[in-house]
Design a protein. Structure first.
Length: 117
């Protein structure tokens, strides 16, 4: 587990990149509807109303690493991407935690605050 944490945090320390690269990564991913029930449960618990689209991202994208999740905005939609390797190792409760974490970035407006990039 320690090796996984080291890998994960290495990518958290990356310098901010432009929205274009992030959205290009989503274009390389594919819409992923298997998480719709997870999102609905979190919407009911947390009371948010914004639209969330989930994507399975390729795990070989060097920018984000093999085990990662990220969130961004595209027009009025919130996009949450999860690498395929991350999806494969998480159980339902762990996945809900990751989704809740990413949704927290939206709720607390971290995407509009450079110190949280």
């Amino acid at each position: 587990m320690n090796n996984l944490n080291n890998l994960r945090f290495k990518y958290d320390l990356r310098k901010a990149v432009g929205d274009k690269k992030i959205l290009n990564t989503f274009e390389n991913g594919m819409p992923f509807h298997d998480l719709e029930n997870n999102i609905k449960m979190l919407r009911d618990k947390l009371g948010f109303t914004f639209n969330i689209l989930t994507y399975l991202l390729p795990s070989d994208d060097i920018l984000f690493g093999k085990f990662n999740a990220l969130v961004t905005k595209n027009n009025k939609n919130i996009l949450i991407g999860i690498t395929s390797n991350m999806y494969d190792i998480l159980d339902t409760n762990e996945m809900n935690f990751v989704l809740g974490h990413e949704i927290g970035h939206i709720i607390f407006d971290h995407l509009n605050n450079e110190k949280h990039v």
